[in-house]
Design a protein around this ligand. Structure first.
Ligand code: GCO
Length: 501
């Protein structure tokens, strides 16, 4: 078994997002674990039922009717992809062979001491969940497939699992919900991790075999891909902070993290070619291949201080741009390599952005190991339950920046907030979607918005303490309840569709 590193006491589990700039800054103040006000107690296990908050007693009006669309919704094209997102490990349940299944069962690794073995049981309840999605008006769903479920032991493909997954995709297609498939969303098979996982270039072939197997066998049902999710966040939390499997940190971890980033860039080149080639050879629809990049706004803590501005720019390059520059140019850049060419031209057809928050960056003469980069406390600004600043304009800024830089269509592959009380989510949705409208008005081709997340789910090292769902999940009974914000999003979608361009 791979080293899981030093155990962290639950209270020390660091919020992934709060610490995300650590690929540039290996240490920083840990954010506190999620709000505890999350859990709505259930009356025990039972068959899952879907209840709308309104029918459960709310007096709020969000009918889903398309009356009088506000002006920002009128700029959305009727073809816009109104979606939501999940990942396999976070919602599916029932996969015993992933590194996260192993890691989450070890005491001290997860904030609330829970594991990801059942989570939302989405794998078995997909029909019910997709009906709910359909009723909310979604025409797009970003979902994942876990390699460990498809190949639990090296070389042993689970054909029943593949057929089951095809059933999920068929059901989405029948309902007019376009799947956007993620081939790697953090979790990997435990057996592959024990061979060195992403840190070893020789391991890429096994990953490519899995990816080809999926594309060959499901490419008739999917034509849009976010190949790899957030290489920057993964390499940092798994290999620099030791908070995720394999739990590595320290200087050797830093060098491994850079190898992981490099190998993921190489994989992106191979995936891009393989997906296009497979779709062409098998006569599947022409695919659109992207990846999901976690991006943050890095602003100088003191805008008139040159050193703060300089460190903010460094964080920006290392965390936001180094990897995407590499896959856009087909050359390994920054800490990934010496400009070696690995692909002819861009390895993506669209820019997938996961945007949540911003960091204020300050020069610190003592932060030697962090390249003199320090993050200011969030301060007196609106935040979510995890203490991340809610900063809608940042969405406009990242879309603008990435589109200027790479000149490709954009999709917002994640955007959302932990908010158990659901008191801020509707406003969050409106204010972020307004920023997309600004971009559309300027002619930037934003193709879709996938709100994170459809269901409350397993938030990695935070466990179930952070509630990101448009739909509340009672993890005892598996009852789903559409939150008021979910109803508000449904109404926005209906209005945009009716009055959009
Ligand atoms: C990520 C993910 C999701 C998270 C979400 C909220 O961005 O890390 O893709 O797995 O759950 O971002 O933190």
């Amino acid at each position: 078994m791979a080293s899981t590193g030093k155990k962290k006491a639950p209270k020390r589990v660091t919020s992934k997002k709060s610490a995300a700039k650590k690929s540039a800054t290996p240490r920083k103040s840990a954010k506190k674990a999620a709000s505890k006000k999350a859990t709505k107690k259930s009356a025990g296990a039972g068959k899952a039922r879907v209840v709308s908050k309104k029918s459960a007693g709310s007096n709020r009006k969000s009918s889903g009717s398309a009356s009088a669309a506000p002006s920002y919704l009128r700029v959305f094209p009727r073809t816009f992809l109104w979606g939501t997102a999940t990942s396999a490990t976070q919602v599916d349940g029932g996969d015993l062979h992933s590194d996260w299944a192993h890691f989450s069962q070890k005491s001290g690794n997860i904030a609330d001491g829970k594991d990801c073995l059942t989570t939302c049981d989405h794998w078995n309840r997909y029909e019910e969940d997709f009906k709910l999605m359909k009723s909310m008006g979604f025409n797009a769903y970003r979902l994942g497939v876990d390699w460990s479920r498809m190949e639990p032991r090296p070389g042993e493909n689970d054909h029943a699992a593949l057929n089951h997954f095809r059933g999920m995709l068929e059901s989405l297609n029948k309902k007019g919900i376009r799947p956007l498939l993620t081939l790697n969303h953090f979790a990997v098979p435990q057996w592959w991790l024990e061979r060195g996982g992403w840190a070893q270039e020789k391991n890429l072939q096994a990953f490519m075999d899995f990816a080809s197997y999926i594309v060959e066998n499901t490419g008739d049902l999917v034509s849009e891909y976010t190949t790899i999710n957030e290489p920057n966040v993964y390499s940092m939390f798994s290999y620099m902070e030791g908070l995720w499997p394999p739990g590595i940190s320290g200087l050797s971890g830093y060098f491994k993290a850079m190898k992981v980033l490099r190998n993921m860039a190489l994989a992106q080149g191979k995936l891009y070619d393989m997906i296009h080639e497979t779709h062409a050879r098998k006569g599947f629809a022409s695919p659109s291949v992207g990846m999901a990049k976690h991006v943050r706004i890095f602003d100088p803590a003191r805008p008139d201080n040159r050193m703060d501005r300089d460190r903010a720019a460094e964080a920006e390059y290392r965390f936001n741009l180094m990897w995407t520059d590499s896959i856009h140019d087909g050359r390994l850049q920054g800490s990934l390599g010496k400009n070696e060419k690995f692909h002819d031209g861009p390895c993506w057809d669209f820019i997938g952005l996961n945007y949540y928050t911003r960091d204020k960056i300050r020069f610190s003469p003592t932060a030697f190991a962090r390249l003199f980069i320090e993050q200011d406390p969030v301060g007196d600004v609106p935040t979510n339950d995890l203490g991340w600043e809610i900063y809608p304009e940042g969405l406009y800024r990242v879309i603008h920046e990435f589109h200027e830089r790479y000149r490709l269509p954009v999709r917002i592959t994640e955007n959302g907030l932990a908010n158990a009380a659901d008191s801020k989510r509707e406003h969050f949705l409106v204010s972020h979607i307004q920023q997309i409208a600004r971009c559309l008005e300027e002619g930037i081709p934003v193709e879709g918005y996938y709100h994170w997340s459809f269901l409350d789910n397993f938030e990695w090292a935070e466990g179930y303490t952070a509630r990101f769902g448009l739909v509340d999940v009672d993890f005892q009974s598996q009852q789903r309840t559409i939150r008021n914000s979910g109803s508000a999003y449904k109404k926005m979608i209906a209005q945009a569709r009716k009055s959009g361009r």
